[in-house]
Design a protein around this ligand. Structure first.
Ligand SMILES: Cc1cc2nc3c(=O)[nH]c(=O)nc-3n(C[C@H](O)[C@H](O)[C@H](O)COP(=O)(O)OP(=O)(O)OC[C@H]3O[C@@H](n4cnc5c(N)ncnc54)[C@H](O)[C@@H]3O)c2cc1C
Length: 289
């Protein structure tokens, strides 16, 4: 099923993001996680892609397994920066032949050695390529950044190129993780002013590891409120205490987003189900699905 279409019909969407594990054991653990999350009836799930193309086969295999072995709609992430156009076509042909209908079209972070293959410089060109080669076979999602992408000099720039992604054919978007809802509300207001009205699904990251979240957040430019850092820092070596604080924070964050009219969440699961299930069971009475 095409996610762009599903989102039009769904009153509240719940989706989960996974990464393709490196080992067969990791893959089996992931499929156990998926089994536990499946009973929630996710609107869709997505599988990430290594920007350098390193996970090409693994992403394809996990996406295909989810498509064949479960009832869940699946979306493949695809980054264009390290591929030629021919390579991108090969990957997209594979998905088309497997009956996959959803792609999250991304640029990816440029390789550190600067040796980008430059088949497509930006996600906008990948969207063009997909629409040119496959017309409407794929429903296309894109990334969005409520605090601005680290390369965007200001929010005006951010909105300008987000609008271009929509004009090229993006049907929905998932945001970078954020921990201060004010950024999301401001971003949505700016999108409204720019006449952009595709669904923008907030990306929710349940915090389960202090060191890891500080690193992730600084890499992608997400602000963690100082009061949350202070609470986490005090218990940083106690993983249960960190998870409890992270889950409690995410529940409050989701409650506030629901109160403010949000119609879906995309959970960054890191291939684990526990924290996400705890958050979902706390908020499910508030959402109409
Ligand atoms: C929901 C989500 C999922 C992600 N999944 C993955 C993943 O699976 N694998 C991975 O490696 N990374 C992933 N990322 C990270 C992403 O690849 C990086 O943030 C990357 O640096 C930018 O990708 P993009 O698609 O947003 O790039 P772009 O849309 O190309 O934007 C990058 C910068 O260029 C600007 N820009 C956009 N179009 C143009 C244009 N035509 N001309 C000039 N400037 C332009 C933008 O404003 C922005 O500043 C994900 C991010 C999010 C939010």
């Amino acid at each position: 099923m095409k996610i762009g279409h599903i989102l039009k019909e769904t009153s509240f969407s719940i989706s989960f993001e996974f990464f393709p594990p490196k080992t067969p054991k990791g893959e089996e653990e992931l499929f156990n996680t998926i089994k536990k999350l499946e009973h929630i009836k996710p609107t869709f799930v997505s599988v990430t892609y290594g920007a350098g193309g390193s996970t090409r086969e693994r992403t394809q295999r996990v996406v295909t397994r989810i498509h064949r072995e479960t009832e869940i709609t699946v979306m493949a992430h695809l980054t264009c920066i390290a591929h030629t156009r021919d390579e991108l076509k090969e990957i997209l042909d594979y998905y088309k032949n497997e009956g996959i209908e959803n792609i999250l079209a991304l640029r990816g972070d440029p390789p550190k050695d600067g040796l980008a293959k430059q088949g497509c410089h930006h996600s906008t060109e990948l969207i063009d390529l997909i629409r040119y080669l496959y017309n409407n076979h794929f429903s296309i999602g894109v990334a969005s950044y409520p605090e601005g992408h680290p390369e965007s000099p200001n929010m005006e720039w951010e909105i300008r190129f987000f609008k271009l992604k929509v004009e090229k054919g993006a049907e929905f978007s998932i945001t970078q993780m954020f921990f201060d809802n004010t950024y999301f509300y401001r971003f949505m207001e700016e999108l409204g002013k720019a006449g952009i009205n595709i669904p923008v699904i907030p990306g929710i990251m349940p915090i389960t590891n202090f060191g890891q979240i500080v690193k992730f957040a600084s890499m992608c430019g997400a602000t963690i409120p100082q009061s949350l850092i202070d609470r986490l820092e005090k218990v940083k070596d106690d993983s249960k205490a960190v998870t409890d604080i992270g889950v409690e924070f995410a529940i409050k964050q989701c409650e506030d987003l629901i109160e403010n009219g949000v119609k879906g969440f995309h959970f960054y699961t890191l291939n684990k189900s526990d924290a996400t299930l705890r958050i979902y069971s706390a908020i499910r009475g508030l959402i109409n699905r």
